[in-house]
Design a protein around this ligand. Structure first.
Ligand code: ATP
Ligand code: MG
Length: 499
């Protein structure tokens, strides 16, 4: 037990010898000592200076010990009082103990006896202090937890996007005001019911329930989900599992944002592109025709020179017309009207035709191009052949364009489960991981030393993606920079009809 610097003992005794002897003994073992020769004097001293232990003589002139004890008890009940008694006053000592004294010591006493009682009293004080400290710490952590909780609560309340949390049974346990507002929920609506009672979109509710049940532990495989409450309001939701310490799924948290403005902008952009393209196409085609006529009929002096300039102009108009065609395709796909009625298609023949057609381009770059067919004949597809031509035409053209001279292009087709699988592989430039998502965005082109001089508009893959989505097919790309790229398309035997 440690005797701390604040460990003070006050000796109240009318005998100077006892006071001095006690002081000597106690200071030697580390206590501070205060002395008083009378009861009232001791009480005054105790008011001014703090003492943890009082050694109190019971028989003193003036105020006697029991009276002093009473005052001390009222003043501070933590002070430990040890009464000093003569042999004759053992009964009084017992009386004193009954009134709250901690211990007693009889006069005359040996130094050891004094040390033992005082140490015992000090030990009691230390233990109580220790207990108080622990209690204080416990209170503090509780109040810390409390403020942490209210801090999180405040953040959630003022969070601009909607947040809703479900438990593992898919019941809502928490939602913030933004969520209520986005979903037009009553501000007083209570939590506790299944997510279906709050979100009117069935598919989204299914997704949230699945996440809550731990079916999507891999964070990356959860797609963003767009839905609308009415024609005027579009929302996007992102769900994520809430994992416990042992990685078990405790529920789901769903973040909801309003994307109405973005949707509107996107729609305006598409309308604008469609309009501009349409307006440009016919005058350009006319210019193209006229240029062709002029070139054919030209006679005169600098014919060769003029013809060269005009031919280049004609080439440029051809490029522009193709670009406008792409843009129109794209806006039609976005409106969902490009896909024609499905017809029977033999995919082997369709691919053979495209490869044949694009072979000239590959040959110019000394590239080999091959088509690998399975031994068993493939089932006939029901799909829009023009859409299929556009998809594989774009993929194979890209493979040729983004592969160095002398490279190798392979087109392979086979069955994968219930789907027909077509792979377009090259051993060309490849695409680094960070661009893999981007290449399907409109006008996105990877810009580096190798692709710099290759012309293109960045519309091929968005068209491919649009067609793939509208026919209910699937596309995936894997690529390694410097090694090559592999696009895989899975086609359903029976394509989704347009609309
Ligand atoms: P276009 O509209 O004329 O097709 P583009 O070929 O640039 O233009 P996309 O077909 O959409 O546009 O392709 C987008 C980008 O993806 C390309 O610019 C290229 O950087 C990259 N890319 C596409 N296919 C491949 C491939 N097989 N190998 C390497 N990079 C590719
Ligand atoms: Mg392309």
């Amino acid at each position: 037990m440690e005797i701390t610097p604040d460990a003070t003992v006050m000796v109240v005794d009318d005998e100077a010898d006892i006071r001095d002897a006690s002081e000597r003994i106690l200071t030697r073992i580390g206590f501070q000592v205060l002395k008083a020769s009378r009861g009232d004097e001791g009480l005054v001293l105790l008011e001014k200076e703090k003492a943890s232990i009082v050694l109190l003589d019971l028989k003193m002139p003036g105020m006697d010990g029991l009276e002093v004890l009473k005052h001390i008890r009222v003043m501070d009940e933590k002070i430990q009082v040890i009464v000093i008694t003569g042999y004759a006053t053992v009964e009084t000592a017992i009386e004193a103990m009954k009134r709250g004294a901690y211990d007693f010591i009889s006069k005359p006493f040996e130094p050891d006896q004094l040390r033992i009682v005082v140490n015992r009293a000090w030990e009691k004080i230390s233990l109580r202090r220790e207990a108080e400290k622990l209690e204080e710490e416990r209170r503090r952590t509780l109040s810390d937890l409390d403020t942490e909780k209210s801090r999180i609560h405040t953040i959630l309340e003022s969070f601009p996007s909607g947040v809703v949390v479900t438990n593992s049974r898919g019941q809502v346990v928490l939602m913030n005001p933004a969520f209520r507002q986005l979903l037009d929920l009553d501000p007083g609506l209570k939590t506790g019911d299944p997510i279906e009672d709050y979100v009117p979109d069935k598919k989204l509710c299914n997704l949230v329930t699945e996440i809550s049940q731990g079916k999507h532990i891999d964070f990356d495989d959860i797609p963003d989900y767009e839905f609308s409450l009415s024609d005027e309001k579009y929302l996007m939701a992102t769900g994520q599992p809430v994992l416990g310490e042992r990685k078990e799924c405790l529920g789901a948290v769903l973040n909801v944002v309003d994307i109405t403005a973005l949707k509107l902008l996107d729609q305006l952009k598409s309308e604008f592109v469609a309009k501009v393209s349409h307006e440009l196409r016919s005058p350009l085609s006319t210019i193209h025709e006229q240029l062709a006529l002029v070139i054919r009929d030209m006679v005169g002096e600098n014919v060769a020179q003029d013809q060269h300039i005009l031919s280049r102009a004609k080439e440029k108009t051809k490029g522009l017309i193709a670009l406008i065609g792409d843009l129109l395709d794209l806006s039609r796909i976005e409106e969902g009207i490009i896909c024609h009625e499905p017809q029977p298609v033999r995919i082997e023949d369709l691919l053979a035709n495209i490869v044949d057609f694009l072979k000239t381009g590959a040959r110019k770059k000394n590239q080999s191009i091959s088509l690998g067919l399975p031994k068993e004949p493939l089932p006939e597809l029901s799909a829009d052949p023009i859409a299929l031509e556009s998809i594989f035409g774009n993929l194979i053209t890209n493979a040729i364009n983004y592969t160095q001279d002398g490279g190798k292009i392979q087109v392979e087709v086979d069955m994968a489960g219930i789907n027909v699988r077509v792979k377009v592989k090259d051993n060309g430039f490849g695409i680094s991981d960070k661009y893999l998502d981007k290449i399907f965005e409109r006008f996105y082109r990877v810009k580096d030393e190798k692709t710099r001089y290759i012309t293109g508009t960045g519309l091929g893959l968005p068209i491919v993606k649009g067609l793939i989505d509208s026919m209910g097919a699937f596309i995936n790309v894997e690529s390694a920079p410097g090694k090559g790229t592999e696009f895989t398309v899975l086609l359903p035997i029976k394509a989704k009809p347009p609309g």
